[in-house]
Each structure stands twice: as C-alpha cells, then as structure tokens.
Design a protein around this ligand. Sequence first.
Ligand code: NAP
Ligand code: 8YV
Length: 340
Amino acid sequence: MFAPDVLMLGPMMPLIRDGLEARFTVHRLWEAADPDAFLNDIAPRIRAVATGAHAHVDAGLIDRLPALEIIANFGVGYDTVDAAHAGARGVVVTNTPEVLTEEVADTAFGLLIMTVRELAAAERHLRAGDWLQRPYPLTPLSLRDRTIGIVGLGRIGKAIAKRADAFGIPVVYHNRRPAEDVPYRYYPSLHDMARDVNVLLVVVPGGAGTRHLIDASVLEALGSDGTLINIGRGSVVDEAALVQALHSGTIRAAGLDVFEAEPCFPKDLIALDRVVLLPHVGSASVHTRNAMGQLVVDNLAAWFERGAPITPVAETPWPRAFPARMESSERHGIAPGHRT
Ligand code: NAP
Ligand code: 8YV
C-alpha cells in the first residue's frame, strides 16, 4: 500500500495522530530513545513533517530531509517553521487559518473585558469571602468612551473589530499596509496610534519581523490609562519592558494570552490585579482544536492524493511560485489537481 513517511515532531491530538496513521507511515520523533540516530535512519524516506508550536522546523532540519515535500503546521501562526527556507528548498508549508478565527476573537474580547473591568480580581474577591467585608472597588477603567487600536487587522483582527462595532467601541488599526474594504482609520505609525488610543490589542504573527514591536517607547506612548492586550505572540512584546511599565504606572493594565518563553511567564505579574494572565487558550475549545487538527490531516491527504495543499502559507503560495522539489504527483505519475 502507498503510505508516505511522515515525521511527527511532538505529541499531537488523537484526531491528528489517528487521521495520519490511517493514511501514512508516521514516525514519532519525541518517543525515540536516541532522536538523532532515529532521524539519521529515517531522514531519506521522510516526505512530510507534521508539527505544532511544540517544535521548531528550522533550516537545519529541512536540509536534513532530502525527500521532504510538505510541512503541515497545527496553528495559524507558523513562526516556529522557517517557511522562507522551506520555500527556497521547494517545500510547501501549510497552516490552519480561518477555522479558529471566531474562537480566538471571542477569547480576545473576553480577555479585553476581563482586564479593563478587573473581572478576574473581582471574582477572586468573592471567592476569598472578602465581599462580606467590603464591596469590590469601582474600576478606574471602562470600555465606555474608549478607542481600541488593533495591531494586526488581519483575519482575527477584523473579527475582533466586528465585535467592537457591536459593542459601540471605536476601532483604529496599524498594519504594514492599509487593509482593503475596512471602515476603520489606518495608522501607518504604531507610536501615533498608541498615543491616540486607550487600548492596544495585539494580534500580529510572531517571528523576526515583529519581535519586540511593542517596546518601552510604544508603552510610553500608550500612557498611564492604557491597556495592552496580547493574543498574537509573546515575542511581539518586550516582556521586561512591559513588566517595568506596569510596575511604574507607565501603563495601567494588561491582558496576556501569550508569553515570550511559554509556558514560563513573568511571576512578578501575579500580584498585580490590573493584569490578567491566560495560558495560551485563544483557540482552545474542543470544537476549534478539532477543526484545526482536521485541517492538518486534510492538507497532508490533499497533497499526497491530489498534489495540491489546501491552505499553503504566504511564503509557499499555490499554484507554485517557488522552486519545485519533486512533487508527490510527479513521483506517482499524476498531474497536480488529479485524484489518484
Ligand atoms: P493574518 O490574517 O495573517 O493577519 C495578520 C495581520 O498582521 C495582517 O493584517 C498583517 O498586515 C499584520 N502584520 C503582519 N506583520 C506586521 C508587522 N510587522 N507590523 C504590523 N502589522 C503586521 O493572521 P491571523 O489569522 O489574523 O492570525 C494572526 C496571529 O494571531 C497568528 O499569526 C498567531 O500568531 C496569532 N494567534 C494566536 C492565537 C492564540 O491562541 N493566542 C490563536 C490564533 C492565532 P500587513 O501584512 O499589512 O502588515
Ligand atoms: C494554538 C495559535 O494554540 O493558531 C495559532 O497560531 O497560537 C493557537 O491556535 C497553537 O498554535 C497550537 O499549539
């Protein structure tokens, strides 16, 4: 039976594991007693990698797999995959866009309200029995008469903006380029936007291009009434500068779903009631994680059965606009787009 060899770099959800094992010969790298020797042994046969935020697919690994055709990433963010190098080597990279957009926007909005209205701290107050002594204090911040500046008005950013529209909260945004067909004011300068808004909501991808985009100077511009929400990637925010800004009152509050060195996070934020900390749960419902997992399986199945990925990333667009390695379809004598 035709069962291409797939390298799985770390544990993945049963839906992915079972879906791939039904179609492919799956090799579990993390279970190998000697991963390096294991990889040496199977590397020439590996035609696909299945991965997620748990592992890095760097240039070294890509170059070590001479028959590699496709890397399927669990997650819309693929900053742990060197997609530019994959593209240069003719390897397709896929991610899981769209299927998680609404869930992550829901989480972002929940985190925003929790943070501004101190809902987690108010709940802790009740659970501790403190309400019997005194009511929870009025919150200095509110979403009334506030403007949200979205950093990264892409798929998820637009879904968050739609929620803000329904709540009657004005939205403005900063991207590298203006988005098409949106009614929101565009700020080419992140600093100018930070100066004009009360909330900065970060939902840009991670990676070198956005590393520490939110630094001390942006937090300074946001100001002492300001709230920072980060649901994008931890690397986008200079965490040391953020901790300093929160302690010194440079900004007032923060809601964070992502951190620079997950699962580690700055412990000295725990004591601050003005901060809400979530363990990267933006997409973490059974419904949405199943949809993401299915898309990983479907991308690999589509590649090996029809010779075309479903959701290739921008660096490896399809139809191909990057160098070709020998494609699955060519190996099996079928034209891309044709079913076996
Ligand atoms: P998307 O549609 O590609 O949107 C990304 C947006 O960021 C685009 O509008 C892009 O606009 C902007 N952007 C990219 N680089 C930028 C830069 N250097 N400066 C300013 N803006 C920049 O992606 P998406 O589906 O909305 O997902 C966004 C990110 O959310 C993912 O990459 C992932 O890191 C994160 N995420 C987190 C969770 C979670 O659980 N916390 C879940 C899902 C996704 P331009 O190209 O015009 O700059
Ligand atoms: C996932 C995410 O939690 O899609 C993304 O980019 O950050 C989340 O949906 C993560 O990728 C899986 O570990």
